[in-house]
Write a protein that binds this ligand. Structure first.
Ligand SMILES: Nc1nc2c(ncn2[C@@H]2O[C@H](COP(=O)(O)OP(=O)(O)OP(=O)(O)O)[C@@H](O)[C@H]2O)c(=O)[nH]1
Ligand SMILES: [Mg+2]
Length: 488
């Protein structure tokens, strides 16, 4: 029987390793499965991150490190990552030629990786490729990545030790380091030390560190000088890496845990997006939300809130239906505080919630014997609603309320209802943030309204009834609570 890919990989078969990394790069489901099978074999390799501007001599230096590590009988896997290149081919060519000295060595594996989609994706594929090399039993895994900006930080963060390479020159690069790279650098290297200005560059790094009072106690990143082409300083760099490794055994666990957290969050985010796109949003719906954002009909926060409301059990639709307008429904807490004057419950991301169920009764006070007396529910004070000739009393169930409604005048809607159907469930009230906007949208959708204009309901709310002919027989009240009503 043919050995499985994971078995061959664990036996450090270079073709299996290459195939595994390709599966990961292609985001093939087999890639994720493979990670599942090899994961428990990982955690043995020491991950060395090497980052620096283009042409700083990273690959030359990595080549030297490989040679040194091989002398010490250590196996080495290398991932050369180029976030700026859309093709892995270019990077492969340069690095392969430079590192071809190790081509015949089974203790060395070199692979180039380049941008696929967004950068977060590259950081992830790099992390997973590193797992593959780790499981394959390489003692040291080197991740070489171009650049010194924030973009590369995510990639370098995956390493157990981060080496930042600079070259003698303008000093601009040292300035550029301030963003992000500072915190992740464990070792600085000024390569091309044979060139003019190496001392100045080293001095400006030292100065920058001295100015940075945010630097934690303990390990102080040393600034080394190397000449990758001649190999000068490489032994010291390797010794420094070993020294860092030895002194960081206590912190290594925390560092790897932080890395796991970053990856778990990244995977969760991706799976959530996938779920949104495949299960929640209909075909083309994502684009329609984008259209509405482009047309300035809705802001991205509101759009995201409404879209995610669908995941939490509601229905989502970007166009023309209920749920379409952010101003109409309770908002989640993802919007900026000043985005909406709605004072509806924060954190309630349901597109519509039931405010209350109206129950027509002959006599509100008499009905309380059951609702408060027997069921033990609390009720508020009775209130007369002139616009409907009714007296109402709300009973609190802890969730949606019950509205007990009694007619105060012959011929009122409740009076007619009682006459025709007798006491019982009369209507369901849905809470909306902007009743007028909701009316407009329903009318535009061809739904008939009993009230085209909102009127005053209990407790200062604004209400409007939808015609039951268009709601399958259910009388629906739209209710904009007082606090939201006042704001408009
Ligand atoms: N003078 C001098 N040249 C060096 C040194 N190290 C590397 N170089 C040269 O610098 C050039 C770039 O080296 P690479 O190793 O390709 O640099 P890199 O950082 O990997 O480049 P990218 O991967 O393209 O970002 C090559 O021509 C090297 O020979 C050094 O210490 N001194
Ligand atoms: Mg390179």
């Amino acid at each position: 029987m043919a050995k499985s890919l994971s078995d061959r990989l664990l036996a450090r078969d270079p073709r299996a390793i290459a195939r595994a990394i390709s599966l990961i790069e292609d985001e093939a489901p087999e890639g994720a499965e493979l990670i599942g099978r090899i994961f428990r074999h990982t955690g043995q390799a020491y991950l060395v991150g090497i980052t620096g501007p283009p042409g700083a001599g990273k690959s030359t230096l990595v080549d030297r490190l490989i040679a040194e590590l091989r002398k010490a009988d250590q196996t080495v896997g290398v991932l050369a990552v180029d976030p700026t290149s859309p093709f892995s081919g270019g990077a492969i060519l340069g690095d392969r030629i430079r590192m071809q000295a190790h081509a015949e060595d089974s203790g060395v594996f070199i692979r180039s990786m380049a941008t696929r989609g967004h950068l977060g994706g590259l950081a992830r594929t790099t992390a997973e490729a590193a797992l593959v090399l780790d499981a394959s039993g390489f003692d040291v895994v080197i991740i070489e990545t171009v650049g010194v900006g924030q973009d590369e930080v995510d990639i370098v963060r995956m390493a157990d030790v981060s080496v930042v390479i600079l070259v003698p020159g303008t000093g601009d690069e040292v300035q550029a380091l301030k963003a992000g790279i500072m915190e992740i650098a464990d070792i600085f290297v000024v390569n091309k030390a044979d060139r003019e200005g190496a001392d100045r560059t080293a001095a400006s790094i030292e100065m920058m560190m001295a100015l940075d009072d945010g630097m934690s106690e303990g390990w102080r990143p040393p600034v080394l000088r190397t000449e990758a082409t001649s190999g000068r300083g490489i032994d010291e760099l390797l010794a420094t890496i070993h020294r860092f490794r030895a002194q960081s055994t206590d912190t290594l666990g925390a560092r790897r845990r932080a890395r796991s957290e970053w990856r778990l969050r990244e995977i969760l985010g991706r799976q959530f997006m996938h779920h949104m796109e495949s299960q929640v949003l209909g075909p083309g719906e994502f684009d329609r939300w984008l259209d509405r954002i482009s047309a300035r009909e809705i802001d991205p926060y509101a759009a995201a809130t409404e879209m995610t409301a669908g995941v939490l059990g509601g229905r989502v639709s970007p166009c023309g239906k209920l749920g379409a307008d952010s101003s109409s429904f309770p908002q989640g807490d993802t919007r900026p505080p000043d985005a909406d004057s709605s004072s509806l419950p924060q954190g309630d991301t349901r597109p519509l919630s039931i405010d209350h169920v109206g129950i027509a009764v002959a006599d509100v006070e008499a009905s309380l014997k059951f609702f408060t007396g027997v069921l033990g529910l609390a009720s508020d004070e009775p209130q007369d609603i002139a616009s409907q000739s009714t007296r109402v009393r709300f009973v609190d169930t802890g969730d949606a309320k019950l509205e007990l409604v009694e007619s105060l005048a012959p011929g009122s809607p409740i009076d007619k209802f009682l006459e025709k159907r007798g006491p019982g469930a009369h209507h369901v009230a849905l809470r909306v943030a902007d009743v007028r906007a909701t009316i407009d949208r329903l009318v535009a959708a061809g739904i008939r309204m009993i009230d085209l204009e909102p009127r005053r309901g209990a407790h200062g709310s604004l209400i409007a009834f939808v015609h039951p002919a268009d709601t399958h027989g259910l009388l629906v009240e739209l209710k904009q609570p007082a606090s939201a009503a006042e704001a408009h």
